[in-house]
Design a protein around this ligand. Structure first.
Ligand code: GLC
Ligand code: GLC
Length: 822
């Protein structure tokens, strides 16, 4: 069943009813200031760090769903019984949830628009954050479609968060006493803790004269009432309350008298502002907030013309980002995901990492080392300069032994062990990210940039040195089968082979690792290592560093031998060896006989391409792991807790890492299938988890049909096909890589642009525009046979193989590449 539809021309998803199976959200903001916004205006706003600088309060896990947002009420002051609850409604449906005669929400690139119609009153709200600003605009237009004049009140309402979202949600003995506000010229300033160590404050401003306001939640709502029925709105007036502690809010009343057919636009600003530490007060020795610097910012955006200009700037920003890669294939789901939503989602993962979504509370996690490196594979072509900065930030947290902190905090850029340490795959992902960056940009100089270890001045080493230490970290930690030791876990955070946790509630991520981990090994890391060696060797080749190439080529050959010796199970790759040196992911296991991860990564590293084992492994995946909703992580699911396996067996069967469809891993199989030339199979897997394909089963899938979710419940789950954890997942980057680079086959390489499509046999071709190193490459692909052989012509000249060399690209504004598949 559908709850809306795609409007590809406007790059929007249009939600047609407010009661979607879950809140369907969007993101506002592009650099330092961000908002999460649902289809009923729920969500919250923060500056840089969703935990430490949160402006507005949100209640996760609440009933009704999606409580707290950017609330507006429209009250009919002229209604017969204007004090009745029925005299007002929310033009975004929440929080009153009064059925609307008309409703539509359009989530677009960095903005959300919500339309409503009720009793002859039409309203449209547009929410967005202008580029480079630390404020959020809500532009509300109200139109009187009645034949008589309408006397209305608009009420705005937000609940301020006391900055640190963790403290805000837990430390009431303190925070019920700290809240402070100030109101001046209709602007409500939230200045909790400004009196001491903060020099920042939040504000809610409005373009119209404010008839009344409230800053005390109790005064606005009335005792024991909720946001669905505020006493002030019912009464038609706020009480100009000033709160001392408790829960500071911002609520404003604006009176609107509209003649028949008349419309009026009101601009609200929810902003964040920092004053210089020595200019906090005005006059300086008072306790009155200095508003001299913020006032011009507020005034600028309270003019509707300025709002439109800022909105157009945002539109061109997104237009430019998305123009880097546009395709036209026979499949509309592919087109809209590649051209719009998947490209958008990878940018959101760039901005948010895993911090703030409707499944990530914004409190728990910083930037993951492994996650950020993989995200980069998806967005590097859109924002190469920012990718460069990200790489250098990540490398600066790397440890001197080549290992990595599992995460770092975005505000401080320092690594920490808050979510555990010694995930032995972590450092290897840096090599993949750096290789992707150089392929995209040709910026070989990045390898010589001096970067510290563990943020310690004096430890500078060329980035190139960091990459070698990452490989050495694996080589320094080999186990009894000469396979890499797994450490705490590898890509699968929940495969905790050394933890042996029996303490209820103990976090698996930080539980002590037994027996200093010298036995349990990972076949997955072996595959990842080999993939990383290939990239490093090509990088070393460019530098003429033959000594390193010889060294790592030998290491990779030894690793490959170890995989065939101990990592191959006969028809698929094993997953690991546990702390007793027993195989995990083998036909000899009772449960967990086959895992998806090593089949993907080992084939991607080229293992088994020649001896037929790759084919066998992928056939085993199809036979044992594939479902109509995607490929599950392993089979059989664990039916009980295995202390030697850890968190993976803690989840009910079919969910998350216990045999869920962990969408992050599915593209590895798509890529592997494409490498084997099986385009139909690769595309079938692609289609199964592509959210646009899944739109007709939105009632089953539940999450947004325009972005990927981390997990879809597997075949062992009673709710097979139900998605969870949308938006912030490595799934976004890897699916983008799989479809654009391997199925469509257009991928940046060190020496040029590779064009090697492995498309479904039923497609007669496709066209694409890829901006690569500044050149617009117009690509026209035509299928003539049913294979995957390509013949390339660049600007009318034949080119051998499937690489368009840099010499044919450099210095040209535009080239035409025609591709014949036979
Ligand atoms: C989550 C983590 C990621 C991990 C995956 C599998 O997505 O963010 O780092 O690889 O789960 O456990
Ligand atoms: C939990 C989740 C897992 C995630 C990890 C990240 O273990 O189940 O999916 O990767 O936390 O810390």
């Amino acid at each position: 069943m559908h709850y809306g539809h795609f409007d590809d021309e406007n790059r929007e998803y249009v939600i047609e009813r407010p009661d979607t199976p879950l809140p369907w959200i969007n993101y506002l903001g592009s650099e330092n200031f961000f908002g999460l916004i649902s289809n009923t205006a729920g969500g919250y706003t923060f500056y840089k760090d969703a935990r430490l600088r949160r402006l507005t309060r949100y209640r996760y896990n609440n009933a009704p769903l999606d409580t707290n947002g950017r609330y507006l009420y429209l009250r009919d002051d002229g209604a017969e019984d204007s004090s009745a609850l029925s005299s007002f409604f929310s033009p975004t449906w929440q929080p009153t949830r009064i059925p609307l005669e008309g409703y539509e929400c359009r989530h677009g690139m960095g903005y959300t628009k919500i339309h409503a119609k009720q009793n002859g009153i039409e309203s449209n709200v547009r929410y967005f954050i202008p580029l480079g600003e630390t404020l959020e605009i809500w532009e509300l237009t109200v139109k009187n479609e009645r034949s008589i004049a309408a006397h209305l009140s608009v009420f705005s309402a937000i609940e301020f968060n006391l900055w640190d979202a963790m403290d805000d949600a837990t430390n009431y003995q303190r925070n019920y006493s700290t809240g402070e506000v100030e109101v001046a010229d209709g602007v409500i300033y939230h200045k909790t803790e400004y009196r001491e160590r903060r020099d920042h404050f939040a504000y809610l401003a409005c373009s119209e004269p404010v008839a009344s306001f409230d800053t005390s939640r109790e005064a606005f709502l009335g005792p024991y009432r909720g946001w669905d029925s505020p006493q002030a709105v019912e009464a038609g007036q706020c009480s100009n309350s000033i709160t001392y502690g408790w829960q500071p809010i911002g609520a404003q009343q604006i009176k609107l008298n509209l003649a028949p057919g008349e419309e009026k636009t009101i601009v609200f600003l929810l902003g964040y502002f920092e004053n210089p530490a020595d200019e906090k007060y005005d006059p300086p020795d008072s306790s009155t907030l200095n508003k001299r610097r913020v006032t011009p910012v507020i005034q600028k955006y309270l003019q509707p013309g300025q709002v439109e200009t800022a909105f157009q700037d945002l539109a061109s920003y997104w237009h430019d980002l998305l123009s880097v890669f546009q395709v036209d294939t026979p499949d509309e789901h592919t087109n809209r995901m590649v051209n719009i939503w998947n490209a958008y989602q990878v940018m959101i993962t760039f901005n948010m990492s895993r911090s703030a979504s409707y499944f990530e509370s914004g409190i728990g996690r910083g930037m993951g080392f492994r996650d950020s490196n993989q995200d980069l594979l998806g967005f590097v072509q859109q924002v190469p300069e920012r990718a460069r900065e990200r790489i250098l930030d990540l490398a600066a947290t790397q440890l001197p032994n080549g290992g990595a902190y599992h995460q770092y905090q975005p505000l401080t850029k320092r690594g920490n062990n808050a979510v555990g340490s010694e995930f032995n795959d972590d450092p290897l992902w840096l090599i993949l990210a750096v290789a992707a960056y150089i392929k995209e940009t040709g910026d070989w100089e990045i390898l010589d940039v001096p970067v510290v270890y563990d943020n310690q001045p004096g430890t500078e080493d060329a980035l190139y040195g960091h990459l070698m230490r990452a490989l050495n970290y694996t080589l320094d930690r080999l186990g009894p089968h000469k396979l890499p030791l797994i450490g705490r876990a590898d890509w699968n955070d929940c495969l905790n082979l050394n933890a042996f946790s029996s303490e209820s509630g103990e976090p698996f991520q930080t539980a002590a690792n037994n027996a200093d981990g010298t036995v349990a090994e990972s076949v997955f890391i072996a595959g990842l290592f080999m993939l990383a060696v290939q990239e490093l060797n090509r990088i070393a080749g460019h530098r003429g560093d033959t000594q390193q190439i010889d060294h790592y080529t030998q290491a990779a050959a030894d690793m490959e031998a170890a995989v065939w010796e101990a990592g191959w199970d006969g028809a698929w790759f094993r997953r690991a060896y546990d702390a007793f040196s027993k195989p995990v992911g083998s036909k000899d296991c009772e449960e967990g006989q086959i895992f998806i991860e090593p089949q993907g990564i080992c084939v991607m590293a080229g293992l088994g391409l020649e001896n037929g084992n790759a084919l066998a492994a992928l056939d085993s995946v199809r036979e044992r792991l594939a479902t109509p909703h995607g490929i599950v992580l392993h089979q059989p699911a664990y039916s009980k807790y295995h202390i030697n396996l850890g968190e993976i067996s803690s989840y009910p069967a079919g969910y998350k890492e216990n045999a869920g469809i962990f969408c992050h891993t599915n593209p590895w199989i798509m890529i592997a299938e494409a490498m084997l030339g099986r385009g139909d199979q690769a595309f079938e897997y692609y289609a199964q988890i592509n959210p646009s394909f899944r739109e007709p089963i939105s009632d089953v899938h539940k999450c947004e049909p325009y972005v990927y979710a981390q997990m879809i419940a597997g075949k062992d789950a009673p709710t097979h096909g139900e998605a969870k954890n949308s938006w912030l997942s490595g799934t976004a980057a890897w699916n983008y890589v799989a479809i654009t680079q391997w199925i469509l086959g257009i991928r940046a390489d060190f020496d040029g642009l590779v064009i090697a499509p492995v498309i479904p046999t039923g497609w007669d071709g496709f066209s694409a525009v890829r901006v690569f190193r500044g050149t617009h490459c117009h690509i026209q692909v035509k299928r003539e046979g049913s294979g995957n052989q390509v013949a390339l012509m660049v600007d009318g000249e034949p080119v051998e193989g499937h690489l368009v060399p840099l010499s044919a690209i450099n210095g040209k504004e535009k080239i035409h590449i025609s591709v014949t598949i036979t």
